[in-house]
Design a protein around this ligand. Structure first.
Ligand code: ZN
Length: 172
């Protein structure tokens, strides 16, 4: 399933995956911690220190959408709803999100993220489902442009939000 995830990304992009050559910098794909999470992008420090870059896929992570989601984090993608312009597309219902999960709904400025001119995608595999991290089963994300949402595939592709944040740069 990991190989299928890589093949899917490779087939739809210019990205190629290959096994590590010698001691070059690489991502470690493991299942030793609980949860599904990854560093976002290359995690090597500026002074070249080989900080471990980890993609963790525990037992419950083996759904195609989840594997691809975490791999895209590894490649440098943040969540769709973290986009600088997300307030034009979704409302975040903070009252339905527990305090210790609010960081998952952080927004990044366009100094940090870019959409490369691609429109907000409600159906993105990088978009949280509409009840992600809900404390009361009520919605935590509500689309504001219903017509646009209907042209996207279902918002719930990334159902598996289980896992935990480990370290400041890792997301699930
Ligand atoms: Zn994620």
């Amino acid at each position: 399933m990991i190989e299928e995830g890589m093949a899917d990304i490779a087939n739809k992009s210019c990205i190629t995956f290959r096994p590590r050559d010698g001691d070059e910098y690489a991502v470690i794909i493991q299942g030793t911690s609980s949860g599904c999470f990854s560093n976002v992008g290359n995690s090597m420090s500026d002074d070249g220190d080989n900080i471990k870059q980890v993609l963790n896929l525990a037992k419950g992570c083996f759904r195609h959408g989840t594997v691809v989601h975490e791999m895209l984090h590894t490649l440098g993608f943040y969540h769709m709803q973290s986009s600088y312009n997300r307030d034009e597309y979704v409302a975040i219902l903070w009252e339905n999100i527990s305090e210790n999960h609010k960081h998952n709904f952080k927004k990044y400025t366009n100094d940090t993220v870019t959409d490369f001119g691609v429109r907000y995608d409600y159906g993105s595999v990088m978009h949280y489902p509409d009840t992600a991290f809900s404390i009361n089963k009520n919605k935590t994300i509500v689309p504001l442009q219903v017509a646009l949402k209907q042209t996207s595939t279902k918002m719930n592709q990334h159902q598996n939000t289980r896992g935990r944040k480990v370290g400041s740069s890792r997301v699930i």
